[in-house]
Design a protein around this ligand. Structure first.
Ligand code: ADP
Ligand code: ZN
Length: 654
């Protein structure tokens, strides 16, 4: 569609896109969504992280008269969201519990005077009569319900306050609503639609694929060391998020990384609020910080240049995994999602479910979530195909996940499974004993350990029948049998017991193809300039080598500017924008204005600064040739042993 034959609304939306945001064109279904909402329609938008959801409500709010009210659970991030909009020249404010009376009054006055384009509200605030009266007195252009999956009761981020949002339509029937989320299985999608009364709304469902994210799931042996290797070999100087199950393992992992000279900070709900906020703010504001966190961290973190997300423990569900890994690479550039997974994870998660509060139905649903996650870990097919199938979307092998890059081999594990299951059976039957995986494997391998001798286990007929497999392989067998439901764990010590399905294997009625245990995954093969970036941060892959020093200089300028203004670096400009500037080397303000991501307000604010920084690098380049940076010193120290504590994962929100 060209500008001349566009409807007035399309014209307005495009004009705002160019002038305010500095972008050339809409992405995906943005234009249809924006037109629909700007025209007064309700919408439910399912779009992956980084898909561009914010523009879907920000532009309609700017095109329609009045203030767009954004409901968001992310109190800690409202200030940053408002700062980012202010930097674009958009009039934005927020109301939440962190504010004093005067500050709140000021925002309320601005709203009543019609001087706000966007107003961010926490859901609990919207429930109060005072806030509802306030909204009645001003002019609301639309309601945007961000993180809409929070309304889904069996989802993983349920917020009771979201349930009350069904009243929006009753109280303000004429105001369009747009609900947005980056995570929704077909079931969650249906629940959002019914709970928010969006059955009549238009539903926009984008592909959930994140092609720039490389999904990898590795066998866990020494997770801290494996993590360190990942960072050193592929993500030196990059910003990343490392997820751990417990608070204690968060602390230990962060300390370990710091010892190794990596800029790492910890984040979990047990820390005091000020320390937590300070660490989050460092991660957002500075380049190349690694945050080690429980799942309490991350919702709404819209830092675009997170280059890797690593899980040192198994996530509880595919939805959680998808959402957490989705925080990598919002800018569309290559990013890694890496998960270390082992037998202990399965045992641990099963135990957590067994010991969890809630009724049988709740436990069953948690079990089903875990089973889906285990199936993703154990698959010999493309990870992405599995992941997308979970969200109800079909696709073909992606070529950018570990199983596509180094296909997993399978082997016939039927006999091994029979040996293992019969060892469990004999112990139960002949000795009335139950043991964990370690002892069973020692028996199979014929190891005369103190514990084997103590219990006379060398007298069992299965003693030594499994000497043909190594310990890692046996652990792989146990893990996969657990994942397949052919074996179960029980009780505090995670002892192994048979399931109903075990009988089919023991009776020879079912064969058991297993995935071969792989050597540690190969690092990503890079195509572009990548070397020598060191601590300054990695170089984007598609930057011509001549532009690298300019890009680095622009980053330094951006860091200084962001510090001076107290905003995150990406609020000044994104990497993609700096890269385009470094490649095109604009010589004038007009030329600079045609760069993607340079809108009116930023041009006025930073245009001169950018041109000066460019002139400086030209002068410096003329004077010196860049020297090759030295290699970082090798690190050979053994990391401390893997922490074994079992703090629950459900850190609370404030
Ligand atoms: P989401 O909320 O869906 O995760 P965002 O709204 O944060 O995604 O957008 C992701 C990134 O893409 C942001 O950096 C945003 O500025 C950028 N973006 C969004 N729409 C466009 C567009 N039409 N053209 C260029 N960049 C865009
Ligand atoms: Zn794949």
């Amino acid at each position: 569609m060209t500008l001349s034959d566009a409807s007035p609304r399309t014209h307005d939306a495009l004009e705002v896109l160019h002038r305010v945001f500095g972008y050339d064109s809409f992405r995906g279904e943005q234009q249809q969504i924006i037109e629909h909402v700007a025209g007064g329609g309700d919408a439910l938008v399912l779009m992956p992280t980084g898909g561009g959801k914010s523009l879907c409500y920000q532009i309609p709010a700017l095109v329609r008269g009045g203030t767009g009210v954004v409901v968001s659970p992310l109190i800690a991030l409202m200030q940053d969201q408002v700062d980012a909009l202010t930097a674009l020249g958009v009039r934005a404010g927020f109301l939440n519990s962190t504010q004093g009376f005067d500050e709140r009054r000021t925002v309320e006055q601005l709203f009543l005077a019609g001087e706000l384009d966007l107003l961010y509200l926490a859901p609990e605030r919207l429930r109060t009569e005072g806030t509802q009266r306030l909204l009645d007195q001003g002019e609301v252009s639309l309601f945007a319900i961000d993180e809409a999956h929070c309304v889904a009761q069996w989802g993983h981020d349920f917020r009771p306050d979201y349930l009350a949002l069904s009243m929006l339509h009753e109280r303000w029937p004429k105001v369009p609503r747009i609900a947005l989320t980056a995570t929704a299985t077909p079931a969650t999608h249906a629940e959002i639609s019914s709970r928010l009364g969006l059955g009549e709304a238009r539903h926009f469902v984008a592909s959930f694929d994140r092609p720039n994210i490389q999904y990898r799931i590795a066998a866990k042996n020494n997770p801290q060391k494996q993590l360190l290797e990942l960072i050193r070999s592929e993500h030196e100087g990059d910003a990343g998020v490392v997820y751990c199950l417990s608070r204690a393992s968060v602390e230990k992992t962060a300390a370990f990384l710091v010892e190794q000279g990596i800029d790492a900070v910890a984040y979990h709900a047990g820390m005091d609020a000020a320390a937590r906020a300070a660490n989050q703010s460092r991660f957002l504001r500075e380049d190349g910080i690694v945050v080690v966190a429980t799942i309490a961290f991350g919702m709404g973190i819209d830092k675009p240049d997170v280059r890797f997300v690593a899980h040192l423990d198994l996530p509880k569900s595919v939805e959680g995994y998808y959402q957490e890994t989705g925080r990598a690479g919002r800018d569309g550039e290559p990013a890694t999602a890496w998960l270390a997974y082992g037998l202990q994870d399965v045992v641990q998660q099963r135990k957590l479910i067994e010991g969890s509060e809630g009724d049988e139905a709740h436990r069953r649903s948690q079990s089903a979530h875990l089973d889906a996650m285990l199936a993703l870990c154990e698959t010999v097919e493309c990870r992405r195909v599995r992941l997308l199938a979970y969200f109800g979307q079909e696709s073909g092998p992606c070529g950018n996940c570990d199983t596509c890059l180094t296909p997993a081999e399978s082997w016939d594990g039927t006999v091994a499974a029979q040996k293992l299951l019969s060892a469990v059976w004999r112990l139960a039957r002949e000795r009335r004993q139950k043991f964990g995986a370690g002892q069973i494997i020692d028996i199979l391998q014929g190891k005369k350990t103190a514990k084997v001798i103590q219990f006379d286990h060398d007298q069992l007929s299965v003693f030594g029948v499994g000497a043909d497999l190594g310990t890692a392989e046996w652990r792989g067998v146990v893990r996969q049998l657990l994942a397949l439901g052919l074996l179960a764990v029980e009780g505090e010590y995670g002892t192994l017991v048979l399931t109903e399905a075990s009988g089919e294997v023991l009776g020879g009625r079912r064969s058991v193809p297993l995935r071969k245990e792989k050597a540690p995954a190969q690092p990503r093969k890079e195509s572009g300039a990548r070397s020598g970036s060191g601590k300054a941060g990695r170089v984007p892959v598609d930057l011509p080598s001549g532009a690298v020093p300019v890009f680095e200089a622009l980053r330094a300028w951006r860091a200084a500017t962001a510090r001076e203004q107290g905003v995150p670096a990406y609020v000044v400009f994104h990497d993609a924008t700096l890269r385009e500037i470094a490649t095109r080397l604009p010589g004038s303000v007009e030329e600079l204005s045609t760069v993607n991501g340079v809108g009116e307000a930023k041009l006025a604010k930073y245009g001169e600064g950018i041109l000066e920084a460019l002139a400086d690098t030209r002068a410096a380049a003329a004077a010196t040739a860049p020297a090759a940076p030295a290699d970082p010193p090798p690190h050979e120290e053994e990391p401390p042993p893997v922490p074994e504590d079992l703090d629950p994962p459900w850190d609370d929100w404030e």
